[in-house]
Design a protein around this ligand. Structure first.
Ligand SMILES: *[C@@H]1O[C@H](CO)[C@@H](O)[C@H](O)[C@H]1NC(C)=O
Ligand SMILES: *[C@@H]1O[C@H](CO)[C@@H](O)[C@H](O)[C@H]1NC(C)=O
Length: 335
């Protein structure tokens, strides 16, 4: 807008000048002086005006998003549970939100969303698992829903991860690890999530932390946080990661709602994932959440665009069982 105005003014100045040059040099000097003053004045007037205008805009935006917990501009794209990529390898029963392994979808929303690149909802049968394999660069975290997952890696870590625990590995320059279900009766159900770091060749890092059901009940608990937004480390602080991504978890009772405050200023991408209680979404009932006018059932996800900070997003539990879900708040740059 401003650029066009300036260009038009410069064009009209040029044509005025050439017209006058034909008349007299003295008159030209006078006209140029007048023009210079006018331009100088109008420039400062313009900047005063535009700064006044932008202040008004900011105030309006803030007031609007404070007043309604689900901004009217939200664009929600549902990712229905059964439309995700799916594989049943017998030992592994999995759903892929984004293109992964043999599942490929060319849709941009199925490639990545902000720094988020993978969400796999995995069930691993007793006494099987992912043998030793290597990773580099990605930030990988496993959110354990049920059962026990053994994690062993080339940094010397060996752990048995249970419900509530989140295992985070920043693969950086490279690690090797295995993930195994050593239990001989029960399967393990977990979400494995990958995000792209904002920096390559980081030193590999490993961290596990537990977040209890009590903490998550009718609450949003910050599980993962961008190191830039991470305050002092305490027993309850989130796990830091090097990507503009915050992840919260909640177990929301029917009828309750929670409000997420957008974590940073400017445009954000929000993703919601409702965790499944079984291998398929229940035909009737089960856990359900509502965001804007969209209702998600078990296993459904939602891409939310058109949100900016400061602002709020409200999620309501509208099913007949407590809804365990993850909420990601991310910078707009795609991985
Ligand atoms: C957790 O796993 C056990 C053993 O497989 C199963 O009996 C139980 O129903 C599961 N619980 C949930 C909430 O899925
Ligand atoms: C990446 O994140 C780190 C902090 O985690 C920050 O200091 C740095 O500026 C970020 N780099 C880029 C390229 O955004």
């Amino acid at each position: 807008m401003t650029d066009t105005t300036t260009e038009q003014q410069q064009q009209s100045t040029t044509s005025t000048t050439s017209l006058i040059t034909a008349k007299s040099f003295a008159a030209l000097i006078t006209v140029l002086a007048v023009l210079a003053v006018t331009l100088a004045f109008s420039t400062s007037l313009r900047s005063a005006l535009s700064s006044a205008l932008s202040k008004t805009t900011t105030t309006t935006t803030t007031t609007r998003s404070m007043a309604t917990a689900s901004p009217a501009a939200m664009k929600i794209t549902k990712r229905p549970w059964a439309a995700r990529g799916h594989a049943d390898h017998d030992w592994l029963y999995t759903y892929h939100t984004f293109s992964f392994a043999s599942y490929y979808s060319p849709h941009p929303l199925h490639q990545s969303f902000g720094p988020l690149r993978v969400i796999n909802e995995d069930r691993v049968k007793p006494t099987t698992g992912f043998g030793t394999h290597s990773h580099a660069e990605f930030l990988i975290f496993s959110y354990i829903v049920n059962g026990t997952l053994e994690h062993r890696d080339s940094m010397g870590n060996l752990e048995n991860l249970k419900r509530g625990e989140v295992q985070f590995t920043s693969a950086g320059t490279g690690i090797r690890h295995s993930e195994y279900n050593r239990n001989d009766k029960d399967e393990v159900h977990f979400l494995q999530i990958w995000a792209k770091p904002n920096k390559s060749r980081l030193t590999p890092h490993y961290e596990t932390k537990k977040f209890t059901d009590e903490q998550k009940k009718d609450n949003l608990v910050r599980i993962m946080e961008y190191t830039e937004r991470l305050g002092e480390k305490t027993d309850t602080s989130p796990i830091g990661l090097q990507a503009d991504l915050s992840m919260d978890a909640s177990i929301l009772s029917p009828g309750k709602s929670v409000t997420h405050e957008v974590v940073a200023e400017g445009p954000r991408k929000i993703f919601l994932q409702l965790i499944m209680s079984g291998r398929a979404q229940p035909k009737d009932g089960g856990a359900k959440i509502k965001v804007g006018d969209t209702v998600l059932g078990e296993g459904d996800g939602a891409y939310i665009e058109g949100v900016s900070g400061p602002g709020k997003v409200q999620v309501e539990s509208v099913g007949d069982k407590p809804a365990e879900f993850l909420l990601f708040d991310m910078g707009p740059e795609d991985a």
